[in-house]
Design a protein around this ligand. Sequence first.
Ligand SMILES: [Fe+2]
Length: 445
Amino acid sequence: MSSHPTGTRKVLTRKPVPVNELVLGMHVIELDRPWLETDFLIQGFIIQRQDEIESLQRQCTFVYVEGIEHTVDVSLESRTEKSGLLSRTMGAQVNKSSAIQDKPTKQSGKPTEQTRTIYINKISSGQEMQVARDSYSSAKTVAKNIMEDLRIGRMLDMNQARNTVDDVVDSLLRNDDALVWLTKLKNQDEYTAEHSLNVCILSAAFARHLGHDEAEIRKIGLAGLLHDIGKAKIPVEILNKPGPLDADERALVRQHPNFGRNLLMTSASSEHYTIDVAYSHHERVDGTGYPRALQAHQIPYYAKLVAIVDTYDAITSSRVYDTGRASMEALEIIYNSRNSHFDTDLTIEFIRCIGVYPPGSIVVLTNGEVGVVIESNKNSKLRPKVVLLKDSDKEWQEKRTIDLSLGDVDEDNKTYAIAHEVPNKTFDIDIKALLQEGWLNFVAK
Ligand SMILES: [Fe+2]
């Protein structure tokens, strides 16, 4: 075993810091209470925003912060690593190389703390819902027409695509919940068009969350809408095949990024970023993606962003061969592929953007009752507003709304809390049917 030289160099330290002394850029690795008792989804993070400091101040007295100390014997470094200090953080910045940095690596394209635009909802999700529903339905028709036109050899109508994205983005700028709600109403037999539209909506919502300016949100939305355009060159029977694909079929499907690139390159009005995303949204940051097996630094920023959204929508959608998973499960799958498939920084921001229990999630409460989340609470992600639909025996009960952030209690005087989320159609609760039956009016209140 080689001996460590002694001398002066940097080592990681872990210090308790009172919450009133927190500043941006600090790397929080531990709280004075279990992470699960707080609103923080990510365990271990670098403070990037003032509201994160405020949230820590509300929930903790002090936190442990990782720092760098100089002039310490090098042999201490190996002891620090062996103590499990780094692995215990479990968070986004757990690997040694990134933990040593005071601030996260800024990725080109992502707004910085200084340049990000902060948006506020101008109207409530209930007020926006009716308009959003009309926009969603006409946008779905456009998404379907785009694919069908291309299948019969017509040119892509880029103006129509842009107008659709403009409607979507206008709605998201008024309120970012209503359209995201509607992405949950999936229709299995119209998967490709619906998936394209959902990726458009969620990519634009993600861009808004990241703080991109309006023009950039529209670009990212358009790239999302057109990301799978190459599938217009794949026979529908293969795309909708119930069983597993054979080797030839799989090879053909893997050609869709190339087909998409070629289709867009033949359209005079295509922008380079739509071509980038259509061509590179299946590339992965560890170089295992296709069609070019690009390395992380070679993958365009918009393609990294859309890749996460694309995967999220695919996992949460029911297909002919698979039922859709719950949002939380999809986020966990994506989180576990950060740094191998997906950009770590963007993955964490996406989880923050979607939230723990987004509107439309079906949740089981700790007392066994079942309800649907109708409004997320931005300051208390684990305590949204919920409409209760079923009692603890899973029998329908009279609908009533509870607000978990207000500490509402059940008939045994116990405070309501969410136990876990379940996929759509569990316990015969179908979000789409509820909305169609006029339940929407309930949401709009
Ligand atoms: Fe794709």
